[in-house]
Write a protein that binds this ligand. Structure first.
Ligand code: FAD
Length: 487
């Protein structure tokens, strides 16, 4: 049996590994000259930058792929738990260290803000409960197959769905739990982990702190791109064939059955076709004769990002691996993004410096800064003007909040923004995570991992169920594999 995978994003590589270990002949077609899609890297003048994801949770989902193939994960890939997840800097000059250990984290919040330690611990417990209720139903199985709802563990979860806190927003829930606005702001930020707005997204998203604070945030040896290189190496060793710089032009369908693809000017016939490309271009360009599910494709997209990769000719001991410089008016920042579809003057700035843990990512005495703000998806804004303004505002903000002069130390600069995210990864409107979750029904409005009418056609990756981010993309590959097994 032969399977073709369209796209070598993290979910595409994962599904290729899974199918190969079950005896399929697997070919992956990728338009770029490298694997990884958004999970890639940039090298410039002695600096190395992780281009996309920087925060790694649920590493067991990566390990599982090596174990499936009968290999020891640590022969390919290792990672360490971060003792400090993030350093938060507030405009009033206060700083909070988000320790990985829940007790230490709660103690820090109590010490720095006067927030009640028990309320913080209680909130992290609630986050864990939300995870326990939801993960079987929403993350690990197809929401679109009756069989999912017939299982005992799913039925048990389904009985508790009223406890999902879906009928108030995340901001409202955090506001009712905490007294100190800095603590509320810190917990509201988790909505951005899937490109959403805490003032619109349901409080169900308060599941996310559980992943970081109870299950742990990790850093792969060699940086985030090591996830891609390790899985790519495994896939190649297993015999998956990768065809780089080969764009897929069409999915071939005959009598409601996927027959293969058109790529590189020829037809490639296969029993299964799995698209890891964004679901919007998959329908619009690769399936031009198939009626698209307009309601799903027209959902609001998640936010995008503007990232400056700065090679800094200096080190900054006050900063850690992950640093957040908060906006003075968080609600206004999101209003600008979602209501005005623009960038405000005082965005929250995220600075990720992988050379803190992986010194070879920057020349001696230097650091590799990944400086990111959340921005709206691309709907035709004047990005050149917005980027130039944002650059000035970011520099001014970081210089004020760190008390350091930065501009003279920027030796190298590269930029990624919504238009280039779309051109490099085909992600519609440059969205980072497919659809936004600014809607309590968002989980049900993601495309299923299979086509309801075309046999042998499957979908994986951040734009389909269960959603964006590395862990969910890996789970989408697992769900596809399960669906193929059960068919
Ligand atoms: P993608 O990475 O979207 O790749 C799809 C691949 O398909 C691409 O390589 C593309 O070239 C290829 N392709 C598309 N169409 C075709 C075609 N017609 N023919 C051939 N090839 C095609 N996630 C986290 O977990 N933690 C984070 O900290 C985090 N931060 C992020 C920061 C940024 C700046 C970005 C961009 C993303 C971030 N994410 C993060 C999200 C995460 O990167 C994505 O959810 C995930 O990598 C998407 O993987 P995917 O499998 O959907 O494929």
């Amino acid at each position: 049996m032969k399977a073709v995978v369209i796209g070598a994003g993290i979910a595409g590589i994962a599904v290729a590994i899974r199918l190969k270990t079950r005896g399929y002949e697997v070919d992956v077609f990728e338009k770029n000259p490298y694997p990884g899609g958004k999970l890639s890297e940039i090298r410039a003048e002695g600096f190395r930058f992780d281009a996309g994801p920087s925060l790694f949770t649920l590493p067991g989902l990566v390990d599982e792929l090596f174990m499936l193939a009968g290999k020891k994960p640590q022969d390919y890939f290792s990672y360490a738990l971060l003792p400090v997840i993030t350093k938060y800097f507030y405009p009033d000059g206060s700083q909070i260290t988000a320790w990985s250990d829940p007790e230490d984290f709660a103690h820090e919040l109590a010490l720095k803000t006067g927030e009640d330690k028990q309320r913080v611990l209680q909130w992290l417990k609630k986050s864990e409960r939300l995870y326990r209720i939801t993960h079987h139903v929403f993350l690990e199985r197809s929401l679109h197959r009756l069989s999912t709802y017939m299982r005992a563990d799913t039925a048990l979860s389904a009985l508790q769905l009223h406890r999902l806190d879906a009928f108030r927003t995340m901001a409202k829930a955090n506001n009712s739990q905490f007294r100190d606005p800095r603590v509320v702001q810190l917990f509201n930020r988790y909505a951005t982990y899937n490109g959403s707005d805490p003032w619109q997204a349901p409080a169900t998203l308060n599941i996310i702190p559980h992943l970081e604070h109870n299950m742990g945030a990790f850093f792969p040896e060699g940086g985030m791109y090591a996830i891609t290189t390790a899985l790519y190496q495994l896939a190649v060793e297993l015999g998956v064939r990768f065809h780089f710089q080969t764009s897929v032009d069409k999915i071939l369908v005959h009598q409601n059955k996927a027959k293969g693809i058109m790529a590189g000017g020829g037809e490639i016939i296969a029993d299964l076709v799995i698209s890891n490309a964004d679901i919007v271009p998959t329908y619009r360009y690769l399936l031009p004769d198939i009626p698209p599910p307009e309601k799903i494709l027209n959902q609001q997209r998640s936010s995008s990002a503007l990232i400056f990769y700065w090679g800094m000719g200096k080190t900054f001991p006050a900063l850690d691996l992950h640093n957040i410089f908060f906006s003075g008016n968080y609600e206004e920042e999101f209003r600008k993004i979602w209501a005005e579809k623009t960038i405000g003057d005082d965005p929250t700035v995220y600075v990720y410096i992988s050379s803190k843990l992986n010194p070879q990512d920057a020349p001696g005495g230097c650091e590799n800064w990944f400086v990111m703000i959340n921005v709206p998806p691309d709907t035709g804004q004047d990005w050149d003007r917005l980027i130039s303004l944002a650059r000035q505002n970011i520099l001014l903000k970081l210089e004020t909040m760190t008390g350091e002069s930065l501009t003279p130390h920027i030796r190298v600069e590269r930029i990624l923004e919504p238009r280039t995210i779309e051109s490099l990864t085909s992600s519609f409107q440059g969205a980072l995570y497919g659809n936004s979750s600014n809607n309590k029904f968002a989980a049900f409005l993601r495309h299923a991992n299979f086509h309801p009418k075309i046999k042998g056609l499957y979908f994986c990756g951040g734009s389909v169920h269960p959603g964006g981010g590395i862990p969910l993309c890996l789970l989408s590959a697992k769900i596809v594999d399960g669906l193929i097994k059960d068919k």
